[in-house]
Design a protein around this ligand. Structure first.
Ligand SMILES: Cc1cc2nc3c(=O)[nH]c(=O)nc-3n(C[C@H](O)[C@H](O)[C@H](O)COP(=O)(O)OP(=O)(O)OC[C@H]3O[C@@H](n4cnc5c(N)ncnc54)[C@H](O)[C@@H]3O)c2cc1C
Length: 390
């Protein structure tokens, strides 16, 4: 069941349907293997062989570079079209995003100079490289403006020292966007810069891989006298924070769309199961408790979907709907968490197993309630705007 749909242009509807078929035909069949590996403590990922096969298929279907510029071989789709794409991808627990991952693409498009464009943006946009972004530190996560990693000029070079933590993908990414303070007195307004760091650069030391919920991993990095040539400064010195925020917004809208897909999947599972399971002489679908979970889920998914499309359209029109994006980050993740929890409850003992995808879906959403800013920080952003306080 597609739930309540929104009016989409013919073109965007076709792309959404294409991704839905790709998810059903290529990703859903891999779920059992993904679940078994995670249950066996082998992490939440695809094997190289599985990934190569899906990459080939998604490429053949034209799903690479969906929102990359046409000049790099991309389809240049607006954010609005990507909402449908991400909603469909969110329905499966098979972890796969057709390259390139949108947030760093957006940040690189906003910041790269001609040389960086050639060396980093273009291969990334073509799906030939993977990337990470290192913002969070042991003492600064929800409030990244408090970061302490320092970049100091030394002739034409930069020398960087500090520590980063909870960074996704950095253990294997080809390059990392590293955020560092270049002028402590200016903070986020003119004092934080971005740098491009290649994998295995001396001084950029991945200390450990940290196991997270649901078989995910993040990494801790020690940055010790990391020497970078001057051209590796990404964007203007001191003005890394604004493009970084835009990058975070891209991910937050994407999270909103994923959550709509995740919640819709949980609702679909409830709707399929509830009429079949008879307790105390009646199917679960006849019980008010279950009916209200279903009704509330459908209502909230519809509301959230509209919120995500609204923000996407505003971004496409060139505005920066920061408050709406914070609302999405809070609402979508908490909505999906609640609906998945109700689905788990509806399935009883079966809902507590690692054979159903529900527990992996719950863990994915649980992580989303913290990364890209915890709910409480986004509520603060919303409230400050409404109350007009700092
Ligand atoms: C799976 C995962 C992947 C991640 N990937 C990356 C990555 O790729 N790159 C990267 O740089 N970082 C990454 N992070 C880090 C993530 O962005 C931070 O964990 C997050 O911003 C919270 O920072 P913190 O852990 O320091 O928590 P803190 O800032 O210490 O906050 C802890 C808790 O305090 C509460 N809190 C904080 N501030 C307020 C407030 N103003 N009002 C009320 N309550 C408040 C919230 O409940 C919050 O959860 C990732 C994290 C996870 C879990």
């Amino acid at each position: 069941m597609d739930g309540m749909s929104v009016a989409l242009s013919e073109e965007h509807r076709m792309i959404k349907d294409l991704v839905a078929r790709f998810v059903a035909d290529e990703l859903m069949p891999l779920e059992r293997a993904v679940l078994e590996r995670e249950a066996a403590g082998q992490g939440y990922s695809l094997t190289a062989e599985e990934k190569a096969k899906i990459d080939a298929k998604s490429r053949e279907l034209g799903l690479w570079g969906l929102d990359a510029p046409a000049e790099f071989g991309g389809s240049d789709l607006p954010v609005e079209a990507m909402v449908g794409v991400n909603e469909e991808l969110g329905r499966t627990v098979t972890p796969y995003t057709p390259p390139p991952d949108s947030p760093n693409l957006r940040m690189l498009m906003l910041t790269c100079n001609a040389e960086q464009r050639e060396r980093y943006l273009m291969p990334y946009a073509r799906g030939e490289t993977t990337s990470a972004i290192a913002i969070s530190e042991p003492g600064a996560g929800g409030d990244p403006a408090e970061m302490n990693t320092r970049a100091v000029r030394d002739g034409d070079d930069w020398v960087i020292n500090g520590r980063k933590i909870w960074v996704s993908r950095v253990g294997y990414a080809d390059f990392t966007i590293l955020m560092a303070v270049t002028d402590k007195s200016k903070g986020a307004r003119g004092g934080i810069s971005a740098f491009l760091v290649d994998k295995d650069t001396p001084g950029f030391n991945v200390l450990r891989r940290i196991p997270m919920l649901g078989g995910a991993y993040t990494y801790e990095i020690a940055i010790e006298d990391l020497r970078l040539e001057g051209w590796r400064l990404l964007g203007r010195e001191g003005y890394g924070f604004a493009p970084m925020q835009q990058r975070l917004s891209t991910r937050r809208v994407q999270i909103g769309a994923w959550c709509v897909g995740l919640a819709q999947r949980a609702l679909d599972m409830m709707v399929e199961y509830a009429p079949q399971r008879v307790t105390f002489g009646q199917p679960l679908s006849q019980r008010q408790a279950i009916q209200w979970w279903v009704a509330d889920a459908a209502t909230k998914i519809h509301a959230c979907r509209l919120m995500v499309y609204d923000a996407a359209r505003k971004i496409d029109q060139g505005t920066d709907p920061r408050v709406e994006v914070s609302m999405i980050k809070v609402y979508a993740t908490e909505m999906a968490w609640e609906i998945i929890d109700h689905a788990m409850q509806t399935f009883g003992g079966m809902g507590m197993t690692k054979e159903l995808p529900l527990q992996l879906m719950a863990n994915r959403v649980r992580l989303m309630r913290v990364y890209e800013g915890p709910s409480e920080v986004h509520r603060m952003v919303i409230a400050r705007k409404i109350l007009n306080v700092r």
